[in-house]
Each structure stands twice: as structure tokens, then as C-alpha cells.
Design a protein around this ligand. Structure first.
Ligand SMILES: Nc1ncnc2c1ncn2[C@@H]1O[C@H](COP(=O)(O)OP(=O)(O)OP(=O)(O)O)[C@@H](O)[C@H]1O
Length: 573
């Protein structure tokens, strides 16, 4: 049985051992809680015998009872302490590794996976779902199985002590369990609905916060408020339904358990009157009836929590099923040629790139031109292995990049995309992201080449200025220049540039172009350009229209051809 638990929760051997100890100490702690029952019953019986024998001169050995009680209390405290440290502290520490390993796994997944899943959903998996499992492992599973074990031990002891009384005490337990277990499927369904509404709510709140500027500028506050309210109401409804269902099941199980007290009183009284049991046995069972059902009720509570972890475990398992390429990519003798071999790709059902075939020779420059939405950025993303081709192959130095590990592949790429992502840190650290070993001087050198130096020197702390979440303290052009500096400092053999001049003012554009021509020197380059006069010296130009390459060649050849490129060129002139 424990193997199943270990497999279900993907427990490490150390974690499994801690949980086993937790179960053992919980069981011992539960059993120790029954010891006072024996002592109390024995004291009461002694008192009764003194009173009924009218032997008032006889004395109770009070000191001995106090001594035994003190030992029992010490034992109970010790067991509770060990149970606490084993269950909560050690297991929590071990479980923290689970969150790290999921984050690490996510980091290795291809970008394609992130396109299918939204960020708040994944954050919930890493933070909330793992917390739910941690809580279950520390607080619920050891108690649950510990209580089960101690109940079996107590049941067997009581059965040996008195069969009829034991049956009158324990008959309710399987019935109460059956009620909880039979409700499992329904419980799961309620839980899944509740979880998905919760996710949709946090998703909507996150989207609202991300789009706050647009919402305000288009006066959409009221509309947004209404849709958030509708979503939150739906979430609350599902939460109420789920909790009401669990509470009803638990209350019913508890009522069934309480019936056991009545049967112990009635059956005990009957057996006592018919001389089948003595008063001591009766008292023992009466006390036991007052104590034994509480941990069992707690166990049932725990069971509903264990059922609810099924959904969490499934969500984590679904991520872990994703395929990660582990084969590292090795560059072959400086060959950095990129080949698209009949590549077709779509983000969703529709193909946005069809049968693209071209070669970017090692050390050459290829420009991608075409109307908006024709598939240029998609080609860059496929070239960097961010997405896998639906059919056909993308090859780097003859190796199919869909088969190799992203991390080893991407070390050969410097990428500057339209959407610049910066983290909330200093400018120095943001640029150093391109090369974590770069010295401060090297960072500043790269920043100068990317024309960052002029605006950075005007900032209060220069390169040590913190730029806020996603560089919110910087302009679009400044952010883009930082991303160029990153690419410069990385100095990778392949450079992918997407509309690098789009967010720059005219004054800086020439300087940037110069910086780019410096970093792209002797590199394999694919650049997207809307200003066609900047790509005249490219070795090859691919002209895109509606996801297809309609022309390719050098600037002169394409002009001579007098086709689509010529039309675009004339329009941009
Ligand atoms: N993440 C995505 N999910 C779904 N569709 C996408 C995604 N990214 C792009 N598309 C769609 O793919 C098609 C090609 O987009 P792509 O960004 O490659 O065009 P582009 O030529 O680079 O356009 P632009 O010059 O405007 O940047 C477009 O129809 C676009 O709507």
C-alpha cells in the first residue's frame, strides 16, 4: 500500500521514510492517548469497591496513581513532540524540493508548452498545488494512516478484551467510512469544478492588471468590473457547493460514529445486568467510546483532503508527462548554417507558415521581409527552436533542432525580439543576463555599442539604477537598446533580430544600425526589416506573403525580377 502512496506523490526515498516514521509516531501517540482510560477506569473501580465494601479505612494508593499518570503524560508529550518534528518540520523541508524540481522541469520545457498554458495556471501549479500536496504529506497522510493503524491495534486489543462490547463500539466505523469513500467520485467532481473556476478567476484578475492601461484608456472599467464580478460569483458558488458537499458527508459520518456511543451504553448495560461483563469493562468501554471516535472523525476529514489532492497530483503529473529533449547540441567545426526543409507550422489549427524551404549559409546574412502577419517572426521562433515544425525540419549544422536540448542549442543564439522582457533589477544586471560572467567594464562596453550609455548616464544611479518590473521606468527605445546590449555581450555565432529599429527614434537609429553591423560581423544572421533600405547588402532576402516564401534572392536580383519585393521596396522608399 505504501508503494502506491510513494508512486502517487512521487516521494523521494528520504520523504517516504519520514512519512513512515510519521505514521508510526502518530499511531503510537493515538494509542498512548488510550492509556489514561485504563488508569481512570481502574481508579474508579477501586473507589467503587471501597465504597460498596464500606471499608472506609482502606486507602487509594494515590501517590502511585499520580506517578503512573505523570509517566503516561510524559510519554504522551514525548510522542507528540516526535510526531510533530517528524511530520511537520522534516517533511516540509523535504517537500520544498518538490517545488524546486517542478520549477526546474518547467524551465527545461520548450516554449511551445508555454504557448498552450497560461502563466497564472503554471504559477498555481508551482506555488499552490505543491503547497496542497506538502500540507497533505505533512499533516494529513501520516495522521490518516497512523489513525488507521492505531484503530486496528485498539480494535484487536478490545476484541480480545471483550468481543461483544468491542463490536458494539466499532460497528459504526465501517459504515461511516463507506459513506465517505462512496462519495469520493462526486467529491472529486466538485473539486475539479471549484479548481477550474478558481483558476479562471485568478486568470481574469491577472489579465485585468496586465491590461490596466488599455482598460483605463478605453473606459472599460465598468465592463471589466462586471465580468470580474460574474467570474468571482461563479467561483464562490463552486466553492460553496464543494464545501457544502464535504461538510454534509462529514457531518453524516460523524452522526453515524456517535451512534456507537449509544450502542456501547445500551449493549454494556444489558451485558452488565445479565452478568456477562463486570463494571470495570463497562467503564473502560464507556470512556473509550468518548475518545475513540475523535481521531476517526479527524481521519475522515483527512480523507476528503486526500481526495482533493488527487486533482493536484494530476495537474503536476500532466506537466511531468511533457517531453523534454535531453540530447545536447554540439556545433560542428564552426558550421552555423540554418536550413528550413519544407517547414509548415501553425500556432493553432491554421498553418501560418507553409512549405518554407531556404538555407542561411554559415556566416551569411538573410533578411525576412513581407507584410504584417506574413510569418516572419514565426520563422525566427522556429529557427531558435522555440516552436517545433508541424511538418518538415529545421536544421542547424545539419542537426534537426527539434531533437536537441534547448539550453545547449540556445547558447549559440543571440536574440532580439519585438517584445523586450526585462526583469526588476539594475541595468547592469539586465545587460549581464546575456553573459553572466561579463565584468562591469564589458557590460558598459556593450551598452556603449548599443547606444545605451547616453540615457544611462542621465539616470540617478547610472548602471546601478533599478528599472522596475519589466523596465517600466524606461521608454520603449531604451528597453530595446538594453536588449541589443544583451545580444552584444552574449556574442553568440547566430544573431536573430526582429524589427530591431522599430522602437528607436531617428536620431539613434543610425548609431544602432552601426552597432548591429558590428555585432553581426562574421555571424550567421537572420533579420526582419521593414525598412528595406537597411538590408541591401544582405546575402539573401526572403520575401513572405501569407505564410509562404514567394521570392528569394539578393536585393539587386529581386529588383530585377520586378515582382512583389520591388513593390514593397517602392512602397517603403
Ligand atoms: N503566439 C501566437 N499564437 C497564435 N497565433 C499567432 C501567434 N503569434 C503569431 N500568430 C499568428 O501567426 C501569423 C504570423 O505571425 P508573425 O508574427 O510570424 O507575422 P510577422 O510577419 O512577423 O508579422 P509582423 O511583421 O506584424 O510582426 C499571424 O497571423 C499571427 O496572428
Amino acid at each position: 500500500m505504501f508503494d502506491k502512496i510513494q508512486e502517487k506523490y512521487s516521494l523521494s526515498d528520504a520523504e517516504a521514510m519520514l512519512i513512515k516514521k510519521g505514521i508510526l509516531f502518530n499511531a503510537l501517540s493515538n494509542i498512548s492517548k488510550m492509556l489514561p482510560v485504563g488508569i481512570c477506569a481502574y481508579v474508579l473501580l477501586q473507589m467503587y469497591s471501597i465504597i460498596t465494601n464500606k471499608n472506609h479505612s482502606a486507602e487509594l494508593p494515590i501517590v502511585m496513581y499520580l506517578g503512573v499518570s505523570a509517566i503516561v503524560i510524559l510519554l504522551m508529550i514525548l510522542l507528540s513532540y516526535v510526531e510533530y518534528t517528524k511530520n511537520f518540520i522534516d517533511i516540509y523541508q523535504e517537500s520544498a524540493n518538490r517545488r524546486v524540481s517542478i520549477s526546474e522541469f518547467l524551465r527545461k520545457l520548450p516554449l511551445e508548452f508555454f504557448a498552450k498554458r497560461d502563466v497564472s495556471d503554471l504559477t498555481t501549479v508551482v506555488m499552490t498545488d505543491t503547497s496542497g500536496i506538502e500540507h497533505a504529506l505533512a499533516h494529513v497522510i501520516p495522521q490518516c494512516y497512523g489513525t488507521l493503524l492505531s484503530t486496528i491495534v485498539i480494535f484487536l486489543s478490545m476484541l480480545i478484551f471483550n468481543f461483544k462490547m468491542a463490536m458494539s463500539l466499532f460497528w459504526v466505523i465501517p459504515i461511516a467510512f463507506a459513506v465517505v469513500l462512496l462519495s469520493r467520485k462526486l467529491q472529486k467532481r466538485y473539486n475539479e469544478k471549484f479548481k477550474s473556476e478558481k483558476l479562471a478567476s485568478s486568470d481574469q484578475i491577472q489579465t485585468t492588471l496586465e491590461m490596466i492601461k488599455e482598460i483605463k484608456s478605453f473606459s472599460l472599467e465598468e465592463k471589466q468590473k462586471t465580468s470580474i464580478k460574474i467570474q468571482l460569483d461563479a467561483f464562490e458558488k463552486k466553492q460553496r457547493e464543494s464545501e457544502l458537499f464535504s461538510a454534509t458527508i462529514l457531518a453524516s459520518a460523524q452522526m453515524i460514529l456517535k451512534l456507537g456511543i449509544a450502542t456501547v451504553i445500551l449493549v454494556g448495560a444489558y451485558l452488565l445486568l445479565h452478568g456477562e461483563i463486570d463494571l470495570f469493562t463497562y467503564i473502560i468501554f464507556l470512556f473509550s467510546a468518548g475518545l475513540i471516535y475523535d481521531p476517526i472523525h479527524a481521519l475522515m476529514n483527512s480523507l476528503t483532503e486526500i481526495f482533493s489532492t488527487d486533482v493536484l497530483v494530476k495537474r503536476i503529473d500532466d506537466i511531468k508527462k511533457e517531453h523534454i529533449n535531453v540530447e545536447p547540441f554540439y556545433a560542428k567545426e564552426d558550421d552555423m548554417s540554418i536550413k528550413f526543409d519544407n517547414v509548415t507550422f501553425g500556432y493553432e489549427d491554421e498553418d501560418v507558415l507553409q512549405n518554407a524551404t531556404f538555407t542561411v549559409k554559415s556566416g551569411s546574412k538573410t533578411a525576412l521581409v513581407g507584410s504584417s502577419g506574413s510569418g516572419k517572426s514565426t520563422v525566427l521562433k522556429l529557427a531558435a527552436g522555440f516552436y517545433k515544425a508541424r511538418s518538415g525540419k529545421v536544421l542547424l549544422a545539419g542537426t534537426d533542432i527539434s531533437k536537441v536540448d534547448d539550453e545547449s542549442l540556445l547558447q549559440y543564439y543571440s536574440v532580439v525580439f519585438q517584445d523586450v522582457l526585462l526583469f526588476d533589477g539594475t541595468i547592469m544586471d539586465n545587460i549581464r543576463l546575456g553573459n553572466k560572467n561579463a565584468t562591469d567594464d564589458e557590460v558598459i562596453e556593450a551598452a556603449k555599442l548599443a547606444n545605451c550609455d547616453s540615457f544611462v548616464s542621465n539616470l540617478p544611479d547610472g548602471y546601478m539604477t533599478t528599472i522596475g518590473e519589466n523596465g517600466k521606468l524606461l521608454s520603449g527605445g531604451e528597453k530595446q537598446r538594453i536588449s541589443i546590449a544583451r545580444a552584444i555581450i552574449k556574442d553568440a555565432p547566430i544573431v536573430l533580430l526582429d524589427e530591431v529599429t522599430s522602437a528607436l527614434d531617428i536620431q539613434n537609429e543610425n548609431l544602432i544600425q552601426k552597432a548591429i553591423s558590428n555585432i553581426t560581423k562574421d555571424k550567421t544572421v537572420i533579420v526582419i526589416a521593414h525598412k528595406l533600405n537597411t538590408i541591401k547588402d544582405c546575402d539573401n532576402i526572403l520575401v513572405f506573403d501569407k505564410g509562404r516564401i514567394v521570392e528569394q534572392g539578393t536585393h539587386e536580383k529581386l529588383l530585377e525580377k520586378n515582382g512583389y519585393y520591388k513593390k514593397l521596396y517602392d512602397m517603403s522608399a
